[in-house]
Design a protein around this ligand. Structure first.
Ligand code: 5GP
Length: 212
């Protein structure tokens, strides 16, 4: 059955397991496309241009926004981030789901766009703020100042939990991934997402009619 591709928005405070979750989902279903954002943030060690992010200057980023290449964009931690539109449209056209690892501002913009009906939004909460800080420190990627700043931004991010379709507490990564998979299985089966359903049911009815 042909179906419309979903726009899966995954948000959480940084350190709550969003990137790990994104990786697990793509392992579960490699057909899920990952939206590679553009950002003005400098690459961290191990990050590659075009893989984790498209690393751009402020000027280049501004040009992308001005030429309407972004589906959404926002300032996060003094850097600009945005989701390029073209790959998303291509994936949707092919009936493929796209996964976005973006903040609440981006989630809000996509939900309020003309693609809002195709959105499934999921928010991951940490089991505690202490666990969040521990995960941020364990990454060893950021200085104390950056971590403190991220912790206060996390509170802001958490305050938007009620805007999401699904809210999960990430106590255990595997259990949480299982819940996300269950959400996707169900959301893919929603009536309005199964494009061939009308024809299929008409064929069933015709088949019955031709017997009588
Ligand atoms: P990081 O710099 O740690 O990779 O990401 C910082 C925050 O920016 C994360 O919460 C991440 O989800 C968010 N982010 C990443 N890409 C985008 C994007 O394209 N749009 C928006 N609105 N947020 C993004």
């Amino acid at each position: 059955m042909k179906r419309r591709g979903l726009l899966i928005i995954l948000s959480s405070p940084s350190g709550a397991g969003k990137s790990t979750m994104a990786g697990m989902l793509r392992e579960w279903d490699p057909s899920i496309a990952f939206s590679v954002s553009a950002t003005t943030r400098p690459p961290r060690v191990g990050e590659q241009d075009g893989r984790e992010y498209h690393f751009r200057t402020r000027e280049e980023f501004g040009e992308m926004v001005a030429s309407s290449e972004m589906l959404e964009h926002a300032e996060v931690f003094t850097n600009l981030y945005g989701s390029p539109k073209a790959p998303v449209k291509a994936a949707m056209g092919a009936g493929q789901d796209t996964l976005f690892d973006i903040d609440w501002q981006g989630g809000q913009q996509i939900r309020n766009s003309s693609l809002g009906n195709d959105v499934v939004s999921i928010f991951l909460l940490p089991p505690s703020m202490a666990a969040l800080e521990q995960r941020l420190r364990a990454r060893g990627q950021d200085s104390d100042d950056v971590i403190n700043d991220r912790m206060s931004k996390s509170l802001d991010e958490v305050s938007h939990w009620a805007e999401y379709d699904y809210v999960l507490v990430n106590e255990d990564m595997d259990a949480c991934a299982e819940q996300v998979r269950a959400i996707l299985v169900a959301e893919r089966l929603r009536r309005e997402r199964q494009e061939g359903l009308n024809d299929f049911v008409r064929d069933l009815q015709d088949e019955f009619g031709s017997r009588t």
